[in-house]
Design a protein around this ligand. Structure first.
Ligand code: OKP
Ligand code: ZN
Length: 343
């Protein structure tokens, strides 16, 4: 299959994050995409294409326009304040505070447009976000034009980003953008299968009241795992979307057998929905050696995931999300794709 990749992701580098009471280097780092790209090459998965440049209209179909317009302004405003390093918010409009008034200054806006301190900006962040969006748009077009499958090697990832907020390393929800774009091109139903270790809270929020996008999520139980505040089994959609959001929260220590049982159930529901296209939010942080995750999948399991998705026999867009065990991220991510291709 074809891969879409942009080197502009690499400007999103040297970020900092808060973990266990310490400021430390971000786990979501450029080597992730470089190692996946190198594995695509060494496994001869197929051609690697540069993305076409797109305007932001498709992003504004799933995100609020003011949120998208805010993103490119962050770092220039940060620098105008005489600051360097990572632009990170520190106050949020939680319960009991007002979320309907957008503050006038940068620190307030950063809090308004986020749900955590996990989406830092450095000088090259906006260009990386934009390139990741261009990558998914180009991958979506390949599938629309008849490719059986394509791999959007997105970085930064997207599934934690909601209609009006960033967080958890995510800014634009690449998978959601692609799903909406397929609908706007004439598709009737799209399924998003999110196999990243973390719940895709942004994707769930965006499509929660809709029947034209089925969202299936396998993830660490939010009772014990990030993003904590969404992803429970009783969240099944609302209004017209009732029944079209399906969550599989799983305990720490989940191994292939239990994870695969959830995947089988998800695939049965997906097949019954009969979508025109499957968008896979492809995270490989379910891996046993992932430094921030608690599942126990092994490298040999990833081709089996791809093979199961292939049996759905539907046009498929793979969109890269998480995975932080960088030494094995190429083997694991590309393992899904070669498994899909039956080799
Ligand atoms: C993004 B994706 C605090 C630990 C939690 C957020 C994890 C975001 C994962 N620094 N950090 O779903 O792989
Ligand atoms: Zn994740």
């Amino acid at each position: 299959m074809k891969t879409v990749y942009s080197p502009l992701h690499a400007g999103h580098a040297g970020t900092m994050e808060l973990m266990s009471g310490a400021i430390m280097p971000g786990f979501e780092k450029p080597s992730r995409a470089e190692i996946i790209k190198a594995r695509v090459e060494s496994e001869k998965l197929g051609p690697i294409l540069a993305p076409e440049v797109h305007d932001l209209a498709a992003a504004k179909r799933v995100h609020k326009a003011d949120y998208i317009d805010f993103l490119p302004t962050v770092y220039p405003e940060w620098e105008a304040l005489g600051r360097s390093g990572s632009a990170i918010p520190y106050t949020w409009p939680t319960r009991g505070l007002r979320g309907d008034v957008v503050p006038a200054t940068l620190d307030g806006k950063l809090g308004h447009y986020s749900f955590d301190a996990g989406a830092p900006f450095v000088k090259g962040t906006w260009e990386a976000i934009k390139s990741s969006y261009d990558v998914v748009m180009t991958g979506a077009k390949l599938v629309k034009n008849g490719e059986r499958a394509a791999f959007a090697l997105c970085r930064p990832p997207g599934h934690h980003a909601g209609a009006g907020f960033m967080g958890g390393y995510c800014y634009i929800n690449n998978a959601a953008v692609a799903a909406q774009w397929f609908l706007d091109q004439g598709a009737k139903r799209i399924a998003i299968l999110d196999v990243d270790y973390h719940h895709g809270n942004g994707t769930q929020e965006i499509f929660y009241a809709r029947a034209d996008v089925q969202v299936l999520n396998l993830h660490g139980d939010p009772m014990v795992e990030y993003p904590y505040f969404l992803g429970h089994a009783d969240e099944d959609g609302e209004g017209a979307g009732e029944g079209f959001n399906i969550n599989y929260p799983l305990p720490f220590g989940t191994t292939w057998e239990a994870w695969n049982a959830a995947l089988e159930d998800a695939c049965a529901k997906l097949a019954a929905y009969a979508p025109d296209v499957v968008v896979v939010s492809l995270g490989v942080d379910t891996f046993e050696k992932d430094p921030i995750s608690q599942f126990k999948l092994k490298s040999g399991d990833y081709p089996k995931i791809g093979a199961r998705i292939a049996r759905l026999n539907l046009p498929t867009l793979f969109v890269m999300e998480g995975g932080y065990a960088v030494d094995e991220i190429g083997v694991n991510a590309v393992g899904v794709l070669t498994g899909f291709e039956g080799r």
